[in-house]
Structures are given as structure tokens and as C-alpha cells.
Design a protein around this ligand. Structure first.
Ligand code: MTE
Ligand code: LUZ
Ligand code: MOS
Length: 750
């Protein structure tokens, strides 16, 4: 199953936002942002910019015709700052000029006077000052107070993980075109066309049917365009309506890194209680989420942290509290894993500390406590079709973990400076938006009179291959080749009220909507064929582009059938809506069957540390992953590898540095390091768990987009183990990421 998109990418034929043909009269916008992290705006003087060559307009908060508000979950985010500024890089004004260069030149002529306040940058500090985005959220199960009494060992600690920049290849941007009659069309680089439509309509004071959003594909999103594309879509729309001309707004890399939010940094206190033989009896965690200056998706992300705070372990008594803390940095946002990785990092840290205290190897603790069929997650959902044990055992056997450990030990006893470390990393990730209503999608399918097929959904192709999967879903239903299926752009006029392509559910939700619509068309053409052949509908089958009656191939092929059906006035179009069945979540009790299913897997990570230089190299990663019955193994393997690398980057080298004034120092790719070809482990060996069907998923498959990122967490513990081999008996308490600098300093710490 080839992926058409990839072929076009390689040939350089794929069109991204900035490749679209420019409309006549196109203007370009650039954004003036706050130079400081917190303060009161005393004066804003745009006259200098207005006097610059090529400048048409400068839009500030006062120029917004509708609401100056783009908050989704909480109404706390202005499109353009007014009154005060809350983070460095916050949009204040939009300059509209003849060219991008002239627009940026004019930015320098805008004068802003701000009465500076001391910024709050740390989540715990914000929490102690009561600066919370939402009231604290607490998930609990069992009876934690009683449980502590039963514990033989109780271990406390703290786990900190850092932020992460998305570094999608295509930066944020949009192009808006005013159409007749007060309509604006927005081409946006977004994961959520409906969300851009809603934000733009709100800012313009328009109704949603006056804003049409169109997305052909995007050059990566990774969660960074689930919510944060809205602002740029709205700004482009605003600029085009104000000038009455098409306007393009595309950030350059440095602007993008400065203006947009990242993965949430978390600081977590945990307490874990074990029985004498290593069963986890109780787990308590308090999560401090650094949410930045506005809510964005933080509450939902915090929820997923609480959902995944026990990773893939069964723990009878749990209390997990989360504080979403308001700070003066760019609003943190969705990033592959959506809070799950931060929750899982904390429990894995707790297990490491528990192992240090009890002397029971981490691997033994992990295996003993894996969740089993029928066990209850702390949020009140039972583990069904649980694959925690089977992926673990499969990995342990396939990769002969006992032998691998022995080899590692032998290597370490032979080598003084270069040490190796191993870690197992089992994962469990719930599939569904945790906001139940978001688990729906729609599809519009047209079969044209020549037999070609076109499909519209709200799914956004961002490199993850969803379009190919949709093609396969339609082709499978209609018994035709995927070659005749075209995926149309994601457009709010053809697919309304859609959820963003996120939560790894793009293919699951939209694919099943496509299947429903195809089933509708199939029913009509089978009915037509049954009349034509004088047989029962059940006897008609469409296969390999031909009509079969009672299993016998007929002369009539797909094209001829469709042509005949068309002339007989059969409706060859269908629209369908898919809503994930059997999921619910009670927001009061915080219990329910929140997820359609879970994705499981186990990784083994081997790290090497040059203890003279502090240099870290992840050498091998071997995984047994539960893909369900993959719809497209090439795509899914690529997703698993890409997510893994992103997880490794988060844990080992991607360090966001913000100075004490709240200014982002790592605002370019020379200062912010992401994994490149040289940091790819020499061995990346990902196995498909066998006999792994998944009826609730698209064609028995499982969602793949996010879960494998969390294998990367194993890198942290593999590195620590290598460090422990160098400093026998030393206990390390280090925040993630374990950068070379951090490793080096810690190795020689007293
Ligand atoms: N793969 C590529 N190439 N580019 C991306 O931006 N985003 C990831 C994942 N894989 C992403 C990607 C994220 S965060 C999600 S939620 C899923 O793709 C979304 O797509 P899906 O639901 O269709 O899997
Ligand atoms: N977005 C969202 C997500 O709104 N809800 C979710 O549960 C989610 N999960 C993962 C990624 N994005
Ligand atoms: Mo992905 S974080 O759900 O866009």
C-alpha cells in the first residue's frame, strides 16, 4: 500500500500553505509582540510603522470588530494584548504591508511602553500564589489513607520534566481572502479547521457560515496546531476583512518558536507504597503543570496526565492531584501524548526510587504490577483486551532481556569510561478524546458518474498518513482500488463541526465515518444491481472492481455499474456521522469508560554514556508494539519510529531555556537541539505484536500517532543506569531532559 502523499513529497510536488498560488492584490502581515514577560501597557505608538514604506494598516486590539477573545476551554486569551501583557512574544499588533519584508521592517518602528512586573515563571511559585487556570483536579480510587498502613515500603520523591518545542517543518500561518457578501475564506495550517473557523468568526463578529476554512495538508502539527493555529487564522482573516484584500501571514522559524507554546513542563511530588514482595499498594502524586499565560488546552492536558499517571500498572489505591498553574510564558499546548508522557514519567521515576530503596530490580517491579484483564484503572474503566502482559513477555523473550542485561554488565566491567545502561519501558495509552463529545467525525463521499470517488472529512493530513488510510477504508468498503479514491481538502463547508485531528484518533474517527457513508452508497448500488440481475441484494457483492452475483464474477465492472446506476437516478453521494459508541465519563465523579480502547507495548532502551565527556548516545531501542491489525504497516512503522525519536529528544536533548526575565533563550534551531540523523539509535527494531485484532478500531487497527512517543521515556532511565554503573551507589535526582551538560555535571558531583 503505497502512500501517495509521500511520493509527491519526495518529488517536491506537494503544496503547503506558502506554495498556494498567490491571489491578486495579496498583502502580507507580520506580528508585533510584547518584548517583556509581564506588565502594564502604558503607551502603544504605531505611527512610526504607519509611516513606513509599503504599510497599509496596523491593527491593534481596538480595531477588532468582534470579540477580542480566542479562549476555548477558558475565556482567558485575547487575540491582541490590551491593558497588559502576560508573556514575551504575546501578539500586540498586526502590521499589513505589501511584502513580508516591509511588514517586518515596520515592526521595528512600533513603540511600546510597559510598566514591568516581575514575571512568575515557575509552576510551584504560581500555585503558591494561587495563580491557577482552573480549580485543582483530583482523581482517586480505593482508600489511600488506609493503604499506607499496609505498605512495607513508602518512598517519596520528585520528578521534573521539561517543555518541548514542536519544530513542525511548516511554521504557523494562514492566508485569508475576502469573498463577496461578507464572507472570508481562510487557508490555514491547522489541525482543526472548525476551531479556526470558530475563532475567526468570533473575532470578526461573524457567524460561522461566513467563514470558510480550507486545509489541503500541513507540514506537521504534533499538537502545536491543535489550538494555536487559531490565533494566526483569525489574524489573517481580520487583516483581510479590514483591508478588503487577501492577506498572508506566515511566521518565520524564530517568530514561531517565540510566539507559540510548547509541551507543558511539569514538576511532580510523588509517594509510592509497596508491599514486602513489591506489589504497588498505593500511589499519590501532585502534578504542577506549567500552563503559561492562558489556558489553551491545559485543563484537558492535565486530565490526560491524571488518566495516565499509573501508566500500565494496576494500583488499587490512587490519589492524583493536578494544578494547572498560570505563569508568564507562552501558553503551553498540546504535544504528542498530551500530558500522558508527563504522568508516565513520574510513576516510572517513582519505580526507580522504589527499586533503589527496596533492592528489587525495576524490571521486576514493573512486571509484577502490570495491569491485567479485568483490572480497574483508577478512573473506573476496566482493562479489556489487555495487552500489557503479552507485549511485555513478548519483548522480554524476543530480545532476551536477561542475556542483554548480562552483556551490559560484562561491558561495564570491561570499560572504565564508557558505560551502558538498560531500561524497560512498558506503555499504556487510552484512545479517545477525554472530552467525550469530541469523539465524532463526519464524511461526505461522492461517487462521480465516471466511477471516480472523492471524499471529504475533517481529518487533516499532517504527515501521519491519514489520507491514505481513509482511501483504504473507502476502497475496502466499495470493493475498488484505492487509486480511484481522491481525498479532498479538509473544508468547513463540506465537513462541519469537526474535532481537530488529534488524540491519535484521526484515522479511527474519520475512517469509520467514511465507512458509514460508503456503506450507504453501497446499499443503494447493490439494490440497483439486484434489480438489474433479478437476484436478492444479499447475493450481490462488489469485489476487485467487478460485480459478483452469488460469488460469480459478472461482466459488469465498477465503471459500467456506476454509469448505469447514475442513469437510473441512484443517489451516488452520502454523508455520514460517526460517534464512538460505549464511551462516557462522569465529570463529577471523574469515573467512566473514558477510552474506546487502550494501546499497549513494551520497549527496551539501551543507552551509552561517555563518562569522560558526559556524552549520551541512545544505542538501541527494541519494541514490541500493539498496532492492532495494521491498516498500513509502512505508515504505522514510520509513525512508531517518528514518535519514538520525538520521545528520545524530549528526554535527552531538547531543553527549553527561559531566563529570569521570562525571555526564551532557545529561540532558534542553533540553540534548541532536536534529534537528527546522528542521534537515531543504531538499532531501532519495532515488532508488530501478532494476533492483535481490535474491533473498535478502524478495520481492526489501533491508533498509532502518539503512544510510541512514550517509549522514549525509557531513555531517561537507561541513561541513569549507565551513570550508576560509573558511580556505584550514587543516587541521582535529575530533571529531564538528561542533556550532556547535566549528565557530565552529575557524574562528578560530590
Ligand atoms: N506524524 C507526522 N508526520 N506529523 C505530525 O504532525 N502528529 C502526531 C501524530 N503523527 C504528527 C504525526 C500527533 S500529535 C497526532 S495526535 C496524530 O499524528 C494525529 O493524527 P492521527 O489521529 O490521524 O493519527
Ligand atoms: N486533545 C483533546 C487531545 O482535546 N483531548 C484529548 O483527550 C487529546 N488527547 C490527545 C491529544 N489531543
Ligand atoms: Mo496530537 S497532541 O493529539 O495533536
Amino acid at each position: 500500500m503505497k502512500n501517495y502523499d509521500v511520493i509527491r513529497h519526495v518529488k517536491g510536488e506537494s503544496l503547503f500553505l506558502d506554495d498556494l498560488p498567490c491571489p491578486e492584490n495579496l498583502l502580507h502581515a507580520a506580528i508585533f509582540t510584547s518584548p517583556i514577560a509581564s506588565g502594564k501597557i502604558k503607551n502603544l505608538d504605531i505611527s512610526g510603522a504607519l509611516n513606513c514604506a509599503g504599510v497599509h494598516r496596523v491593527v491593534t486590539a481596538e480595531g477588532i470588530p468582534g470579540e477580542n477573545q480566542i479562549g476555548g476551554i477558558v475565556q482567558d486569551e485575547k487575540l491582541l494584548a490590551s491593558g497588559e501583557v502576560d508573556f514575551a512574544g504575546q501578539p500586540v499588533a498586526i502590521v499589513i504591508a505589501d511584502t513580508p519584508v516591509l511588514a517586518r521592517r515596520a515592526l521595528k518602528e512600533i513603540k511600546i511602553e510597559i510598566e514591568e512586573h516581575t514575571p512568575v515563571l515557575d509552576a510551584r511559585e504560581a500555585c503558591s500564589k494561587g495563580m491557577l487556570i482552573i480549580p485543582p483536579r483530583i482523581f482517586s480510587s480505593g482508600n489511600i489513607e488506609e493503604a499506607w498502613k499496609e505498605c512495607e515500603h513508602i518512598i517519596e520523591g520528585r520528578a521534573d520534566s521539561g517543555a518541548q518545542e514542536h519544530v513542525y517543518l511548516e511554521t504557523q500561518g494562514a492566508m485569508a481572502i475576502p469573498l463577496e457578501g461578507g464572507i472570508v475564506k481562510v487557508y490555514s495550517s491547522t489541525q482543526g479547521p472548525t476551531q479556526v473557523q470558530r475563532a475567526a468568526a468570533r473575532v470578526l463578529g461573524y457567524s460561522m457560515n461566513q467563514v470558510e476554512v480550507d486545509v489541503s495538508r500541513i507540514g506537521g502539527g504534533f499538537g502545536g496546531k491543535e489550538d494555536q493555529a487559531n490565533a494566526f487564522g483569525a489574524m489573517a482573516a481580520l487583516a483581510s476583512v479590514i483591508t478588503g484584500r487577501p492577506v498572508k501571514l506566515i511566521l518565520n522559524r524564530q517568530e514561531d518558536i517565540r510566539y507559540t507554546g510548547k509541551r507543558h513542563a511539569y514538576s511532580t511530588d510523588y509517594r509510592i507504597g509497596l508491599s514486602k514482595d513489591g506489589m504497588i499498594l498505593a500511589y499519590e502524586a501532585v502534578f504542577y503543570q506549567n500552563a503559561g499565560a492562558a489556558a489553551d488546552l491545559s485543563p484537558a492536558i492535565l486530565d490526560r496526565t491524571l488518566f495516565h499517571c499509573t501508566n500500565t500498572y494496576y494500583i488499587p489505591n490512587v490519589k492524583a492531584a493536578g494544578y494547572s498553574c498560570r505563569t508568564n510564558i507562552a501558553p503551553a499546548t498540546a504535544f504528542r501524548g498530551f500530558g500522558g508522557p508527563q504522568g508516565m514519567f513520574a510513576i516510572e521515576s517513582a519505580l526507580m526510587k522504589a527499586s533503589e530503596k527496596t533492592g528489587i530490580p525495576v524490571r521486576v517491579l514493573q512486571e509484577k504490577n502490570l495491569i491485567k484483564e479485568g483490572d480497574m484503572f483508577h478512573y473506573g474503566q476496566q482493562a479489556e483486551n489487555c495487552r500489557a502482559g503479552v507485549t511485555w513477555r513478548s519483548a522480554a523473550e524476543k530480545f532476551d532481556i536477561i542475556k542483554w542485561e548480562k552483556e551490559t554488565e560484562a561491558f561495564n566491567s570491561r570499560n572504565k569510561q564508557y558505560k551502558k545502561g538498560l531500561a524497560m519501558m512498558p506503555i499504556c495509552f487510552g484512545i479517545s478524546f477525554t472530552n467525550t463529545f469530541m469523539n465524532q467525525a463526519s464524511a461526505l463521499v461522492h461517487v462521480y458518474s465516471d466511477g471516480s470517488i472523492s471524499i471529504s472529512t475533517g481529518a487533516v493530513e499532517m504527515g501521519q498518513g491519514v489520507n491514505m488510510k481513509l482511501r483504504q477504508a473507502a476502497a475496502g468498503m466499495l470493493g475498488v482500488s484505492p487509486d480511484r479514491v481522491r481525498i479532498d481538502t479538509s473544508n468547513t463547508s463540506r465537513a462541519a463541526n469537526t474535532s481537530p485531528t488529534a488524540a491519535s484518533s484521526g484515522a479511527d474517527l474519520n475512517g469509520q465515518a467514511v465507512q458509514l457513508a460508503c456503506a450507504e452508497i453501497l446499499k443503494r448500488i447493490k439494490e440497483f444491481a439486484s434489480k438489474r440481475f433479478g437476484c436478492a441484494e444479499e447475493q450481490v457483492e462488489l469485489k476487485d472492481e467487478y460485480v459478483y452475483v452469488s460469488g460469480k464474477k459478472q461482466e459488469l465492472n465498477w465503471n459500467a455499474l456506476i454509469r448505469e446506476a447514475f442513469f437510473s437516478r441512484v443517489n451516488l453521494s452520502a454523508h455520514a456521522n460517526f460517534a464512538t459508541p460505549k464511551i462516557f465519563f462522569d465529570k463529577e465523579t471523574l469515573k467512566g469508560r473514558a477510552f474506546n480502547y487502550h494501546v499497549y507495548g513494551t520497549a527496551v532502551v539501551e543507552a551509552g554514556v561517555d563518562c569522560l565527556k558526559g556524552q549520551v548516545k541512545i544505542e538501541k531501542v527494541r519494541v514490541v508494539h500493539d498496532f492492532g491489525t495494521s491498516v498500513n504497516r509502512t505508515i504505522d512503522l514510520g509513525q512508531a519510529e517518528g514518535a519514538l525519536l520525538q520521545g528520545l529528544g524530549w528526554m535527552t536533548m531538547e531543553e527549553i531555556v527561559i531566563d529570569k526575565n521570562g525571555i526564551l533563550k532557545t529561540d532558534s534551531l542553533s540553540a534548541y537541539k532536536v534529534p537528527d540523523i546522528h542521534s537515531v539509535p543504531e538499532v531501532v527494531d519495532i515488532h508488530f505484536l501478532e494476533n492483535a485484532d481490535n474491533p473498535p478500531g478502524l478495520m481492526n487497527s489501533k491508533a498509532i500517532g502518539e503512544p510510541p512517543l512514550m517509549y522514549g521515556i525509557g531513555a531517561y532511565f537507561a541513561i541513569i543506569n549507565a551513570m550508576k554503573a560509573f558511580r556505584k551507589g550514587k543516587v541521582f535526582n535529575l530533571p529531564a531532559p538528561l542533556t550532556n551538560e547535566r549528565v557530565l555535571m552529575a557524574l562528578y558531583e560530590k
